[in-house]
Design a protein around this ligand. Structure first.
Ligand code: FAD
Length: 486
């Protein structure tokens, strides 16, 4: 007999697995279908984020940062080390263990919450309008199972964008999965794309000793970030971290030779250049993944870039079909995917009870962004260039980590925090940070903005001393030109 569910979630990344758990918490009979297999061919829940994204990249960033500290910074504390070396396979094994613990953890969470987990590719193939039922095929190798559900949540994520003239072999030409599995420090590493993934992966291997060259097509570095932060980051990454970053380049060809990869490109002045490296990471963005989902057959609307079209509540054009995460508009970030998953689950649960709960939509204007380089970069809300373009009058307050006691004690004094507030109302419009642990500090700015705080609100809140959070406090004071420690 066909198994029947209230909700079928397709995809078990941070969008899908969180949606499935929240649906189950709300009493909905839920199935989550996912096709991911790890490199041993074993089903592995958690999608890109847990398997080859957020979690493994942060594990390697932490290991390489510890190595870099030991090599270059311990000496400032009087700690002398002799014969320091890096065992890359141990670092990779540690990363793999963390991934295994987390992906296995989702299987346990599914069990605990009574979410049915099915491994295989989910394809929508029929909608029975009269009884409001979606039929879904789940294909795992030669085994095919048919299930049915009243509601469908599509959370099929994204896949790496490929360059047209070269294919990834994950030996010399690597995508993000390959970049996370290198077992020996390459002497020369090339990275195409200076986005978040390119910068994070380039940083890992630079810290371990690679000569890293990053080639970026955009003429400006980190276009999504506030311009002042991007300029500061480029200065620190090139002068202090030793990354070579070239913007405004045009890649002409990539050849894999026996011992190396050769990239021919035109630089920003249109001069022909050649880059020879041992390995090349291609990190030119990600594209929404709807392969094999049956979207065209079912008439699911997608935009010209392949994203499933949704309204502010993540509703698609098909009845009782929602879509969340990387496969829809908005930033490709795990926390955005998860919050959409929760919102959709709550919407479905209230719809099942006969009333629409339209208070649960995700606020796409207040989503924190983090880049886990050293120093870290984080922001929320509008950049200065966006405010200028929109003709919004604002006041800016800024404070450097150099003048903060905790940053000095840590020996991490690069960077600053900037608060942007409306010139008339003082409401905070954006907060931009570059410096130590700003991935953690940004949360305070997110809370402030969600509660429509003014810069004065932040300025009047007591911050512990000595702490990095005092830099945000002083930046808020600086909006009113009354910073105390500079
Ligand atoms: C190297 C790297 C580092 C990153 N670091 C961060 C970070 O630090 N912070 C952050 O917020 N984001 C980060 N991201 C982005 C983050 O991973 C994504 O935004 C997030 O995973 C999107 O979640 P999702 O649920 O939409 O999709 P995904 O995580 O891509 O999951 C989709 C799942 O659906 C499955 N699937 C697809 N089609 C089908 C089908 N038809 N049937 C069954 N299953 C299917 C896929 O196999 C996959 O398991 C990083 C990404 C990469 C690549």
């Amino acid at each position: 007999m066909t198994k029947s569910f209230d909700v079928a979630v397709i995809g078990a990344g941070p969008g899908g697995y969180v949606a499935a758990i929240r649906c189950a918490q709300l009493g909905l009979n839920t199935v989550c279908i996912d096709e991911w297999k790890n490199d041993q061919g074993v089903a592995s829940l958690g999608g890109t984020c847990l398997n080859v994204g957020c979690i493994p990249s942060k594990a390697l960033l932490e290991s390489s940062e510890n190595y870099a500290r030991a090599a270059h910074k311990f000496i400032d504390h009087g700690i002398k080390l002799e014969g320091l070396s890096m065992d890359v396979p141990v670092m990779i094994t540690r990363k793999n263990k963390i991934v295994k613990a987390f992906t296995g953890g989702i299987a346990m969470l599914f069990k605990k919450n009574k979410v049915t987990s099915l491994h295989g590719r989910g394809t929508l193939f029929k909608h029975e309008e009269e009884n409001s039922i979606w039929k879904i095929q789940v294909k795992n190798g030669d085994e095919i199972e048919e299930i049915q559900a009243e509601y469908v949540i599509i959370a099929t994520g994204s896949t790496p964008r490929q360059l047209p003239f070269i294919s990834v072999d994950n030996d010399r030409i690597l995508d993000n999965s390959g970049a996370l599995a290198i077992t020996e420090v390459p002497k020369r590493l090339g990275v195409i794309g200076a986005g978040v993934i390119g910068l994070e992966m380039g940083s890992v291997w630079r810290r371990l000793g690679s000569e890293v060259t990053i080639l970026e097509a955009q003429s400006n570095f980190l276009m999504a970030a506030d311009e002042q932060i991007a300029k500061e980051a480029q200065k620190i990454f090139t002068r202090e971290s030793g990354l070579v970053i070239q913007t405004g380049v045009e890649i002409k060809s990539i050849q894999v030779e026996k011992e190396q990869v050769v990239v021919d490109y035109a630089d920003a002045e249109a001069e022909s250049q050649k880059l020879e490296v041992d390995k090349l990471i291609v990190a030119v963005g990600r594209i929404p993944n709807t392969a094999g989902l049956g979207t065209d057959e079912m008439g699911l609307s997608k935009n010209e870039r392949g994203y499933i079209e949704v309204d502010e509540y993540c509703r698609t054009n098909l009845p009782k079909v929602y879509a969340v995460g990387d496969v829809v508009r908005g930033p490709m970030l795990a926390h955005k995917a998860s919050e959409e998953g929760v919102a959709v689950a709550e919407m479905i649960a209230s719809e099942k009870q006969g009333h629409a709960n339209e208070s649960v939509k995700v606020n796409l204007n207040i989503i924190p962004w983090v880049i886990y380089t050293s120093p870290e970069i984080a922001w929320v809300g509008k950049t200065e260039q966006e405010l200028k373009a929109a003709g919004i009058a604002y006041r800016a307050g800024q404070f450097p980590f150099m003048a903060n006691g905790r940053a000095r004690a840590l020996g991490e004094t690069s960077g600053f925090v900037k608060v942007l507030a409306d010139a008339d109302t003082d409401r905070i419009l954006g907060v931009h940070m570059i410096g130590p642990y700003v991935s953690e500090m940004i949360a305070e700015a997110v809370v402030a903005m969600e509660f429509a705080a003014s810069s004065e609100d932040l300025a009047r809140i007591i911050h512990a001393h000595p702490s990095l959070s005092e830099v945000l406090h002083e930046a808020a004071l600086a909006v009113d030109k009354r910073a105390l420690h500079i």
